[in-house]
Design a protein around this ligand. Structure first.
Ligand SMILES: NC(=O)C1=CN([C@@H]2O[C@H](COP(=O)(O)OP(=O)(O)OC[C@H]3O[C@@H](n4cnc5c(N)ncnc54)[C@H](OP(=O)(O)O)[C@@H]3O)[C@@H](O)[C@H]2O)C=CC1
Ligand SMILES: O=C1O[C@H](COP(=O)(O)O)[C@@H](O)[C@H](O)[C@H]1O
Length: 483
């Protein structure tokens, strides 16, 4: 891996504390950072190198399972980290920053490879990339890369505008848009599952799949993010990005090669195959919901409108379910049912693939009463099961049996570890390409407008349930139920 400088905007913030520093530390411990590297942390606070290093130690203590006071390598890790106070709106400060970066590069013989991680509010992104460009920070002799966090825009127009600004300072190939669901090991494994197993090569296709269901349910409510969440809703917070990314990964067809450009091309095709919704059909395809009071694991919780910072008349969606059709050009459409929401019964992210049963006539009266073949992929629990039918010799009945696999979660690197390691190596496979992002916003945009215009009813669901009953009816009309 190339030696590099990791320039972290927002080093004093929450994400840096909870995810970025623990991730860098784990990569360091695992020998996944280059032999020479320098980390420059930035924020407005008047911190020094030592204040940042103490802060990092505290954050590792809280957020890293691998933290130990005695770790002899901790000092080597911390020695590579420096702090530069900088207000991102002050163009002059970037000249000072450049000098600091160059000083470390010279001291540690690091070529001018610079990775800029923008862990700041989205409205600062444009200012920062413009200033990186103007100050010459991005004009080194090595490579430059930019990592940005979600949200990427709040609708189609704002996303396009943001992208236009970004691409005036960075090439698309230099931009790494984080969608942390693409860092989940089971999401990354979808490609291997589909294309490296002959059993699925012949069955994971429109001819043999009856429907796909993707559920991301959470037990938490709005937490302390009222001002953001009440404007975003489940549709922007989860659906436009994480849910559609999972759909693309599940639905994509075999890529020409196993590289970023081929895989992203196949993902983009899926967004193009997705049947656009017409406003008059929304009720057949979309359910928006909001949690009311209820119980989570036996504990009473308030409804969304009673949450601190939320208006008593808020129409915001804390749940969304959708019925979508992927129209593969050479075969028929495959229905996808997607739902995500807060304050639901359990924390779970699952992709369930239901296979068609072609031998119903042969097993008339027997197999149609049995469960269908299901491939159930547990994203957060890092496991999966395959449900098949077998005859019980005692009862002579056909009964479902299940083969399951569970990964050793302790051994699986976290999402940020997988993603950051890829970005350090220049592998953008599991980052969202602009075309995917734009097509996702394009698909979602009419729904955003329908929500704004109140064209869709808001269904209330009790906290602790699996969402509004209307979401069940989305599938029932096609003869299916949520698994
Ligand atoms: N926190 C999380 O779990 C997640 C966050 N994200 C995204 O990551 C990004 C960062 O989030 P988070 O860490 O929570 O935000 P915080 O508000 O905790 O941190 C913001 C950071 O930005 C810095 N900052 C703000 N204004 C300026 C300025 N004018 N000049 C220089 N630095 C500035 C702050 O430094 P200082 O205060 O020292 O000025 C601070 O380090 C956001 O885009 C968010 O949506 C995405 C997923 C999860
Ligand atoms: O991006 C987000 O994701 C989390 C859920 O992520 P998970 O990895 O715990 O499944 C969600 O709670 C949050 O609202 C959203 O912004």
């Amino acid at each position: 891996m190339d030696p590099l400088t990791f320039v972290l905007f927002g080093a004093t913030g929450d994400l840096a504390k909870r995810k970025i520093f623990p991730t860098l530390y784990h990569l360091f411990l695992d020998g996944k950072l280059p032999a020479s590297f320098s980390v420059i942390g930035l924020g407005r606070r008047e911190w020094t190198d030592n204040v940042l290093r103490t802060h990092i130690k505290e954050s590792l203590n809280h957020f890293s399972k691998r933290f130990s006071e005695e770790c002899s390598r901790m000092d080597t890790f911390l020695d590579a980290i420096h702090y530069v106070p900088l207000d991102v709106t002050d163009q002059e400060s970037y000249n000072h920053l450049l000098k600091q970066i160059q000083k470390r590069e010279a001291e540690h013989s690091i070529p001018e490879n610079r990775l800029f991680y923008l862990s700041v509010a989205p409205d600062l992104i444009d200012t920062i990339t413009t200033n990186i460009q103007k100050s010459g920070l991005g004009d080194g002799k090595g490579w430059k890369r930019l990592i940005i966090e979600k949200p990427f825009g709040s609708d189609l127009t704002s996303a396009q505008l943001l992208n236009k600004k970004l691409t005036s300072a960075f090439e698309e190939s230099e931009i790494y848009r984080i969608d942390h669901y693409l860092g989940k090991s089971m999401v990354q494994n979808l490609e291997v599952l589909k294309f490296a197993n002959p059993i699925f090569q012949s069955s994971w296709n429109p001819e043999n799949i009856s429907n796909v269901q993707i559920t991301a349910s959470e037990t938490v409510g709005v937490e302390d993010r009222a001002s953001y969440y009440d404007r975003a809703g489940a549709i922007r917070d989860m659906f436009q990005n994480h849910m559609l990314q999972m759909l693309m990964m599940t639905a994509m067809q075999v890529p020409e090669q196993l590289n970023a450009s081929s895989i992203r091309q196949e993902k983009r095709k899926i967004m193009e195959f997705l049947q656009p919704l017409k406003k008059e059909d929304f009720n057949e395809h979309i359910v928006r919901g909001q949690y009311g009071p209820g119980k989570i694991n036996g504990t009473p919780v308030v409804g969304y409108r009673e949450e601190p910072g939320i208006e008593a008349v808020s129409q915001n969606d804390t749940f969304i379910a959708a019925r979508l059709f992927v129209h593969y050009p050479d075969s028929g459409p495959v229905p996808f049912y997607i739902r995500t929401g807060k304050r639901m019964k359990e924390k779970s992210t699952r992709i369930v693939i239901e296979f068609k049963n072609r031998n119903k006539d042969l097993y008339k009266g027997k197999i149609d009463q049995a469960e269908p073949n299901l491939l159930d992929i547990e994203i957060n629990k890092e496991g999966m099961s395959l449900q098949l039918n077998l005859k019980n010799p005692a009862t002579k009945q056909i009964e479902p049996i299940s083969f399951s696999f569970a990964a050793n979660a302790k051994e699986t690197p976290g999402e940020y570890e997988l993603l950051l390691y890829d970005a350090l190596r220049g592998d953008s496979t599991f980052f969202a390409h602009w075309e995917e992002v734009e097509l996702s916003w394009q698909w979602v945009q009419p729904i955003l407008e329908a929500f704004d215009e109140d064209l869709l009813p808001l269904h209330f669901y009790p906290s602790g349930s699996m969402g509004p009953e209307a979401a069940d009816r989305l599938l029932e009309k096609d003869g299916f139920t949520w698994w």
